[in-house]
Design a protein around this ligand. Structure first.
Ligand SMILES: Cc1ncc(COP(=O)(O)O)c(C=O)c1O
Length: 369
């Protein structure tokens, strides 16, 4: 009989044979077309100097929080940052988390009860699935961005329904029809939860804010590790949901709070976004340049994520090798991460990419498709 470690090794060897073994690498030097630092804020020297100044004046922000926010880990900075964020997004309340993964885990493991159903877009982020697994609710999938399919599922449910969508999907780079989904939620008395991880900071404060849908949404998740170039996340909701999460969400209750530096840098990021619109404009200009090369992407023409379908793991590897020989850092998405036949190269555009880089990158990709 094989022991557990031998079984683990067999699974790892299988991945290696298929060329999809994951391993940890330090980010190599190269031209970034794969990070989520869409606006270049994670490398912005002006923002770094703002943070440095603030932390020099308040060095205790760098120290650990000493406990869960329900015991010794809460602070005035955490509370003030939540109030600031709630006001910015025009929501009654906000609850900070150390990461978006944790925020989704808290929401989906806590809000849906035993007799409820969570209906998720088939391309929803893994953190939502993991949250659902920790709840006692039933989970159903609807076809990606398909309101008709969602409605047919909503019609057949008995208990309360939660609907989980992203406003901009990171694998496909396409927008959800959020207004339509919000109307459906209203018609069927369901609670809509929207993850704005990839839209926040690029399309203002996200699509819910742009379309002013706050009153039709049960909760919004905003993450700060992408356009804001920082780390952490927030759940925007009403006071009852916030209090319910504080009382019942295990990933909030049983975890040491992040330190104040994290909360402070999120607030500084918002202020920076407001003061400097150039990164956003540069990003849209670069997206346009990329789209003008006509590689034929299914992504939205305004999305910073542009997927190029290369439906074959082997061929995808060849494209990525050709790109890395020219110093381009890109991220191939192999099956089984996506369905077989939908393997793709995921290009992330940034404010700091140059026109020349974009044209050279697309020429190499063009040779393979
Ligand atoms: C849609 C979406 N939600 C949530 C997360 C998780 O956020 P974080 O990286 O802050 O844990 C991600 C990150 O990959 C994401 O893409």
């Amino acid at each position: 009989m094989l022991n557990t470690i031998e079984n683990f090794q067999i699974s790892l060897d299988k991945r290696k044979e298929q060329g999809i073994l994951r391993s940890l690498k330090v980010q190599p030097a190269g031209i970034d077309f794969y990070s989520n630092d869409y606006l270049g804020l994670a490398r912005n020297k002006d923002l770094q100097n703002v943070l440095l100044r603030k932390v020099t004046e308040n060095p205790h922000w760098l120290s650990g929080s000493t406990g869960s926010r329900l015991i010794s880990g809460n602070s005035i900075t955490a509370g003030l940052t939540e109030k600031f964020i709630a006001d910015q997004h025009q929501f009654p309340a906000a609850l900070l988390f150390p990461s978006g993964y944790n925020a989704n885990l808290a929401l989906f493991s806590t809000l849906p009860g035993r007799n409820d159903t969570v209906i998720v877009d088939e391309q929803i982020h893994r953190s939502v699935h993991d949250g659902c697994r920790l709840s006692n609710a039933r989970k159903l999938k609807f076809r990606h961005n398909d309101p008709e399919d969602l409605e047919s599922k909503l019609k057949r449910q008995k208990g309360h329904c939660y609907i989980a969508i992203e406003s901009l999907y990171s694998m496909e780079g396409d927008f959800a029809p959020v207004s339509e989904m919000a109307s459906l939620a209203k018609t069927y008395g369901a609670s809509l939860i929207v993850d704005e991880a990839h839209a926040f900071g690029i399309f203002g404060y996200g699509l819910i804010d742009q379309y002013q849908l706050q009153e039709q949404i049960a909760a919004v998740v905003v993450t700060y590790g992408k356009a804001l170039g920082s780390h952490g996340a927030v759940i925007l909701c009403n006071e009852v949901i916030k209090s319910y999460l504080v009382n019942f969400a295990s990933s909030f209750i049983y975890s040491t709070s992040a330190h104040d530096f994290q909360w402070m840098s999120i607030k500084a990021g918002y202020e920076f976004l407001e003061s400097d619109k150039e990164p956003s404009e540069m990003l849209q200009k670069n997206i346009k340049t990329f789209r003008n090369q006509n590689l034929g992407s299914p992504s939205s023409k305004k999305s910073p994520v542009q997927a190029i379908m290369i439906p074959d793991n082997q061929k995808l590897k060849e494209v990525q090798n050709a790109l890395s020989e020219e110093n381009f850092l890109t991220y191939p998405i192999y099956s089984p991460t996506v369905k077989e036949g939908t393997e793709r190269l995921r290009i992330c555009l940034h404010s700091f990419n140059t026109e020349d880089e974009i044209v050279r990158l697309t020429k190499i990709i063009g040779k393979f498709i």
